[in-house]
Design a binder for this molecule. Sequence first.
Ligand code: AAT
Length: 290
Amino acid sequence: VIPGWFSEISPMWPGEAHSLKVEKILFQGKSDYQNVMVFQSSSYGKVLVLDGVIQLTERDECAYQEMITHLPLCSIPNPKKVLVIGGGDGGVLREVSRHSSIEHIDICEIDKMVIDVSKQFFPDVAVGYEDPRVKVHIGDGVAFLKAVPEGTYDAVIVDSSDPIGPAQELFEKPFFSLVSKALRPGGVVCTQAESIWLHMHIIEDIVSNCRQIFKGSVNYAWTTVPTYPSGVIGFMLCSTEGPPVDFKHPVNAIDAADCKSNRPLKFYNSEIHAAAFCLPSFAKKVIEAK
Ligand code: AAT
């Protein structure tokens, strides 16, 4: 460990640790679920860390939040009802809000401290909470889904932390089953699905579970996020049986009217949407074989 630097050390990426130079620690706390820390870095702006793992930095959060949101929402016409699981920082809410067809957004985040800290230190991310269509539920995503009537949502976005800690169940088969029941026919889910460089075994399991559960389509997409382990992160995108969804050809492009605020999209566009589904050969072999 280098003095004055934050190093992201975890058994989920043994033998490597990305480091950021720390200017100042702004917050340190312990919630019922995890250690929460915010620091000012010298090159990526403020950084939110949970149990030693980077959740977002001001500089590159756009890549993750825009992709995890618009990959699913631009793949279906007129999304109206959306559920976000995790995502306590509010960034996914901010992105969902851009879609003018949206009528209602539920968010189920387990840790209220993440929401409070984000409102205090990341106002440009937590701005998502200002949308009156948002309804906040504090609790576990699995328990929340158990109480959701069948066919409620057009889309579910699972912005979850890694499967060590409170998010473990969000990577397991029963969870995907609950998600599929909560979706309408032809509804879509997009879940945080780790890195093709580090976690092919986890991805393999997710893909094989999803192929059993989602009778529409099952796809893997990925993007670059420099401060996530290995610099890339992927998403599992699936649809339920019903009107077919072709994720690779977005039908609901975000237009200028959806970015009417002074917050234009920084990362997402229709070309990068289609490109996100192109996989390196080593990953394609495993994912398509499942
Ligand atoms: N948008 C920032 C990225 C995240 S945040 C993940 C969120 O999921 C956290 O706020 C965490 O408290 C919440 N969470 C974890 N488990 C649950 C659960 N069971 N139910 C509801 N919310 C939960 C993801 C960063 C990815 C990091 C990649 N290395």
